[in-house]
Design a protein around this ligand. Sequence first.
Ligand code: AMP
Ligand code: ZN
Length: 438
Amino acid sequence: MKQKALKIWNPGMECMDREQMRDLQSARLRETVRRVYDNVPMYRARMDEKGVKPEDIRTVDDLRYLPFTDKPDLREYFPFGLLAVPKDRIVRIQGSSGTTGMPIVAGYTAKDVETWTEMVARGVTAAGGGPEDVVQVCYGYGLFTGGLGLHQGATKVGAMVVPMSSGNTKRQIAMMKSLGVTMFGCTPSYAMHIGETIRDMGMDLKDFRLKSAVLGAEPWSENIRTRIEELLDIDALDIYGLTEIAGPGVATECLFKNGMHVNEDNVIVEIVNPETLEPLPYGEKGELVFSTITKEGMPLLRYRTHDLSRLNPEKCECGRTNVRMERIMGRTDDMLIIRGVNVFPSQIETVLTNIEGCEPHFMLTVERTGTTDSMEIQVEVNDRIFGDTVGHLEQFRRRIREEMKSALGLSAEIKLVEAKSLPRFEGKARRVVDNRKL
Ligand code: AMP
Ligand code: ZN
């Protein structure tokens, strides 16, 4: 730990006695369940189907009787079908890539934006941030929750915010230096890139005032943490969230770096066995499932994240009592996060099946060169295309690249291969080779 500042933004909510927190959660859960039952047809139908009435849900223990929610539901009811308030109360839409070309979106009321802001403010404070800090936001701004999320939270704690968005690393570094930036936020791989660029430019860290970074939106590891901390001489802290629940700030790490504190006054977290969906006790590894208990716009019950983690209810050395989740250890599905963007192999398949001449067989290889992720997609094309002139072949390749880019939101190298040259699988197809070492 490079700093001693151990401030807590909202001690009332972050250091509450666990029994009291349970009571608060139970009360908020009862209220939420009633509200979604009355206002969201999908939940009413699912609860009716299970024979569960709102009054059956009295405490957190009764969560197990509630239906799960998953990404396909958001797609099915896209864009406003899961709102629990009239549309004119929504003041913000945020979104994320889903399994198809269309993003999934979440609607926030003014109060939801405030709650989210509060959660990030807690995280920024836990990372040592306050009014005296200069916080550079190098997460992308836009539908993606990273940029605006950190922006709002850092503003709330009174820091001076530098809304850089992502990219243009040299300019990021120049701003960090000249503005005396003390904290920043981005994906861990981008933080590493910033660190390596500073080193490669031969700059002296003494000319910077950096002390910590809040990094998230993609999986990373302790090894990467160590590298980032060494490169930049900072505390590198984990921040977790997802668009559907609130964006970053659902859980944030403190300077003791021993798991992320979940904002339990706003969400109830469960770990379930991803196969049986049975809840698992504290300490066991499984899939994270969140229920929102203060959200107005789009409250979600038992939302399956497909992220794997473990929960620890012990009081933390920092004084916070909120349950901690371990860094994300993997996924239960095949979603990849490449340069901060969620990519599902099924998206690639959809693009290819829509292009005459492509076979639905591909192989995706993800590499990390230095700190930058790149992907190559080998695509089988039929004999007519493959036997065409070099010029036509190149044109065809470019077309696939363009369509892939517009569907995934990311560039990929496309390599055309002959029909039947890629491996075929008898069991589960393995069309992804991820060579990144995290
Ligand atoms: P999005 O809604 O696009 O922000 O994507 C949310 C997903 O990003 C989560 O379900 C996780 O898989 C991943 N994610 C977000 N924060 C982290 C983190 N700190 N560590 C690992 N994965 C993360
Ligand atoms: Zn702590």
